[in-house]
Design a protein around this ligand. Structure first.
Ligand code: ATP
Length: 470
């Protein structure tokens, strides 16, 4: 299919070239983008774009939510449509074939509401927020593919993504879903994709990063923005996190024709994202899917008092010796601690892997994938590296170090994220906290904060540990 979308053999070669460029980009030294898109550089700083890409790479299916979708219509008096099947959308046959070929049987929760609005006549603008993995990308790709006119050979749909790699991921979804729409082609407006001066872009869908798109539109005049009929701003929360991207996006949006359909997507909706969304999308409908709340109700929490790092390690070994552990994830506060622990455990014959911020996104994705496949039993990581990554199938979490904020206050949110589960799945979990004596007050604060009991275990008392029934 790629060759069709890319326009015959030349297109296939182009795809190949960009793909090899893509893998080069995952090597930090070869990062041609010059932005922090592939590695977490600073402890404490969360790389939203890298996390978003990681989650996409490791996700195998839709994340369904039990929360209902909130809809705010531009015109509250117009009837609200939702669809339970893709057939109801009266899509082009080739597009429907593409959707089924991807294994989609029915619209996801957000798609039920968003698709009728996105495909309505006249086109409607939309701001949509729902957690990562709920089907947003698939929804706007479907909207773009259903609105292009394959016979018109110029850019008609423009999608902005925060990084090169995320743009390529979206392009892959266009290629998959558009598998049978043989005359529709996609083009990447990303740095490194050089277009000769005076070349006419004949591809109907352009996906790119704001800087390069701006350059192609205003400086190099490769794209005529007045001919764009669908404008998508994906991952708005990540976008506004990157300096300059909000302004670039707004400049591009200002040059679009008034009849152009404008769509904005975000996984989160802090005030800053909302303000940006309102600035850039005129007269929007708004769809929100609330995130599932995490709870500690079904988690058995324990702590073990330890004197120093070696002691904590011994306590960990005792747990290992006493209960059958399926898969565990162990959190350390620093990379140094994480590395030290990994070496100790490997020397003692455990199968562990270390997820560290120094690794490239692809390396991290492969480690998580191996862990998910059960190839390693234990994943050791730092919080910065694992935050936002979905490894919730694990039943045992060990806080080798408690999560703290600057000023030595407990980091409650991180504690909850590490060990909390959504109530819906009702799975039981087990959490062990290795506590140095001087850190005990922090643990007590966590206990009070969540109003949930964290029981003390004697690290030496194997019988007591063995009694844990979860
Ligand atoms: N209707 C559907 N039925 C089955 N699978 C689906 C459906 N829609 C999307 N998916 C699949 O679910 C996964 C998540 O979808 P998608 O990437 O569109 O979510 P997203 O909300 O855009 O996530 P992110 O915020 O990370 O970009 C993908 O593997 C996608 O192929």
């Amino acid at each position: 299919m790629a060759s069709l979308l890319w326009g015959g053999d030349a297109g296939a070669a182009e795809s190949e070239r960009l793909n090899s460029h893509f893998s080069n980009l995952n090597h930090p030294r070869k990062n041609l983008l010059g932005i922090r898109s592939t590695t977490v550089r600073n402890i404490g700083e969360l790389d939203l774009a890298a996390n978003s890409l990681l989650n996409k790479l490791i996700r195998q299916s839709l994340v369904e939510s039990s929360h209902h979708v909130e809809v705010l219509q531009k015109d509250p008096s117009s009837p609200l449509y939702s669809v339970k099947t893709f057939e109801e959308l009266r899509l082009k046959e080739d597009l429907l074939k593409g959707i089924y070929a991807m294994g989609f049987n029915r619209p996801s929760k957000i798609q039920e509401m968003a698709l009728p609005m996105m495909l309505a006549h006249p086109p409607q603008n939309l701001i949509a927020q729902s957690q990562s993995g709920t089907g947003k990308t698939a929804a706007f790709v479907l909207a773009m593919l259903s609105r292009v006119n394959a016979l018109e050979l110029f850019p008609q749909c423009l999608c902005l993504a925060p990084t090169y790699e995320l743009a390529l991921q979206t392009g892959r979804v266009v290629e998959q879903m558009g598998k049978f729409c043989v005359d529709v082609q996609v083009m990447y407006a990303i740095r490194g994709n050089r277009i000769l001066r005076g070349t006419d872009i004949t591809k109907q869908i352009v996906i790119g990063t704001p800087g390069t798109v701006l350059d192609w539109c205003f400086k190099r005049k490769l794209i005529d923005l007045t001919k764009i009929r669908v404008f998508v701003l994906d991952e708005a929360d990540v976008m506004i996190d990157t300096q300059g991207f909000s302004d670039h996006s707004i400049r591009i949006q200002r040059a679009l024709p008034p009849e152009c359909q404008m769509l904005l997507f975000s996984a989160t909706f802090e005030d800053s994202v909302w303000r940006f969304a309102e600035r850039i999308i005129p007269d929007p409908n708004v769809i929100k899917l609330r995130k599932e709340e995490l709870t500690l109700n079904n988690i058995w929490q324990y702590y073990m008092l330890c004197e120093h790092r070696k002691d904590k390690y011994q306590a960990l070994c005792n747990i290992y010796g006493s209960i059958t552990i399926g898969q565990a994830i162990i959190f350390c506060q620093t990379r140094r601690n994480a590395k030290w622990l990994t070496v100790e455990m490997i020397q003692d014959g455990h199968q562990v892997s270390l997820l560290s911020g120094e690794l490239t996104v692809e390396q991290r994705a492969s480690i998580i994938q191996r862990f998910r496949d059960g190839k390693e039993k234990v994943l050791i990581t730092t919080n910065v590296c694992a935050r936002g990554i979905d490894v919730k199938q694990v039943t045992i979490v060990v806080n080798f170090d408690l999560p703290v904020k600057q000023g030595e206050e407990p980091d409650y949110e991180t504690y909850l994220h590490r060990i909390g589960r959504t109530g819906r799945f009702g799975k039981k979990g087990l959490a062990f906290n290795m506590i140095e004596v001087d850190k005990l007050p922090l643990l007590m604060k966590i206990q009070d904060h969540f109003n949930s009991s964290i029981k003390q275990l004697n690290a030496e008392d194997m019988d007591e540990i063995e009694k844990i029934d979860y």
